[in-house]
Design a protein around this ligand. Structure first.
Ligand code: HAM
Length: 431
């Protein structure tokens, strides 16, 4: 016997029952983005592998071990399923010269792919909503993007998400700091785990981010980047904080926040919750002023962030924000030859009026169709038998509200059905 084929590990189906919450989330997201003037950009899921290597950095977890890369068997091109959206977005901005005329505020949503070990909140295919701005160099846009996050959590009814903030300064400032950090870690070489040893000379800042409890004390004593920032970097950081203080948004400065992608400078931030276990970062980002130039474009300041949709949807569900399952407006019951020929026209006529119709497919007795109508959650059954069909009428039966006159089932002419149903909706609204 052949075995059933299952989905790839870490890549999940989102089924009805859960997908409604995703749609609600996406609706909230779209109006939220609109309220800040962000425009949608739709990007390919597959990009040339060198794009990610150059943008994210050769010595990062993502590039070293998490990318789904393959060779195009037709032309030998090296391709990768996007592990994140910033690189592709920057590529598109350069390719179409988008930021040449005026600054841009862009957003994308969609699947990303990382070959990580799956666990709660960590998947191999996951969804991000990402926001990127190009052409703004001041701290005002960093602050606005942070405020956007705060507003979204509020819109979604989430109150457990806290802001962590840091500044990574500029490349030259980091270079000096990095040398000092390496000297410090060398002093404690015996305490470094395998990962840290591997990163000591290639990406020592990432050691600060280690979760290894045996290294925490040593990491706590390490020199801090903040002490190496020049006046301009400090002023930028202060500018961001000033706005946050002015609007009263609480934040915590986390000097160990270094991010797992290499393109950042100055402001970096993460939104974190303690309600999701180990994978508590729901949204993260920062400034990446050097990336456009590094990928071949004209120097263009940039700033952005991305949120993990699975993590946010889980949070919404766990905080009781699941939408009520919604039924349809009308279930259309029909039996007999003449009735079944009339029924599709009636269903289409109702849909013309904006009424949602679940049409009984697959036949069945009146009794079994009425059972399905009840189970569908519909507000009305529109019933057509041959009797009704020959009179040009239907029977309209309310299925929900009970105990009022309106609930009597009645025969009405075909032309009246839509009006009757619409009136009942409006009456219902008044009640
Ligand atoms: P990131 O921190 O790698 O940043 O990912 C952003 C968010 O995506 C994370 O905070 C998390 O919520 C979610 N996420 C990441 N990996 C997974 C996974 N395996 N399973 C589920 N969710 C995940 C970026 O991707 C940057 N491109 C953000 C950015 C945009 N920076 C500037 N602009």
């Amino acid at each position: 016997m052949s075995q059933n084929i299952q989905s790839v590990r870490g890549m999940n189906d989102i089924l009805p029952g859960e997908s409604e919450l995703w749609e609600l989330f996406e609706e909230t997201i779209r109006s939220w983005l609109k309220s800040y003037g962000y425009k949608p950009i739709r990007l390919p899921i597959v990009e040339p592998t060198p794009l990610f290597k150059r943008a994210i950095g050769e010595v990062t977890d993502i590039v070293e071990k998490e990318m789904y890369s393959f060779e195009d068997s037709l032309n030998g091109e090296q391709l990768t399923l996007r592990p994140e959206g910033t690189a592709g977005c920057v590529r598109a901005v350069i390719q179409h010269n988008l930021a040449a005329q005026r600054p841009q505020r862009l957003y994308y949503m969609g699947q990303m792919f990382r070959h990580e070990r799956p666990q709660k909140g960590r998947y191999r295919q996951f969804n991000q909503v990402g926001v990127e701005s190009f052409g703004f160099s001041g701290p005002d846009i960093d602050a606005e993007q942070i405020l956007m996050g705060a507003r979204l959590w509020d819109d979604l009814g989430l109150d457990s998400i806290k802001l962590q903030l840091n500044s990574l300064g500029q490349l030259e400032e980091r270079a000096k700091y990095r040398a000092e950090l390496v000297t410090y870690f060398e002093k404690y070489a015996t305490l470094l785990d395998e990962d840290a040893k591997r990163r000591l000379y290639s990406n020592p800042l990432r050691i600060l981010d280690s979760k290894n409890s045996a290294m925490q004390e040593m990491i706590a004593g390490a020199p801090q980047l903040m002490g190496h920032l020049g006046a301009e970097s400090m002023a930028h950081f202060e500018g961001v904080q000033q706005v946050l203080r002015d609007v009263g948004l609480p934040y915590e400065i986390n000097p160990r926040l270094v991010r797992g992608l290499d393109y950042y400078n100055l402001t970096v931030f993460e939104w974190v919750t303690d309600r999701l276990g180990a994978q508590g970062t729901v949204c993260a980002g920062g400034r990446y002023d050097g990336l456009v130039e590094q990928l071949g474009g004209k120097p263009t300041p940039a700033c952005g962030f991305a949120m993990g949709v699975e993590r946010l949807v889980t949070l919404i569900r766990e905080s009781g924000g699941d939408p009520e399952p919604e039924g349809t407006d009308v279930y259309l019951v029909h039996q007999g030859e003449a009735a079944s020929r009339m029924a599709p026209r009636i269903a289409e006529g109702l849909r013309d009026q904006g009424i949602n119709v679940l049409y009984n497919c697959g036949g069945g007795s009146f009794k079994s169709q009425m059972k399905k109508a009840d189970a569908s959650g519909a507000l009305f059954a529109v019933i057509i038998g041959d009797d009704e069909a020959s009179a040009g009428e239907v029977t309209l039966k309310p299925l929900r509200a009970e105990g009022t006159e309106r609930n009597e089932q009645k025969r009405i002419s075909v032309d009246q059905v839509a009006d009757e149903i619409m009136n009942a909706f409006f009456d219902g609204d008044d009640a």
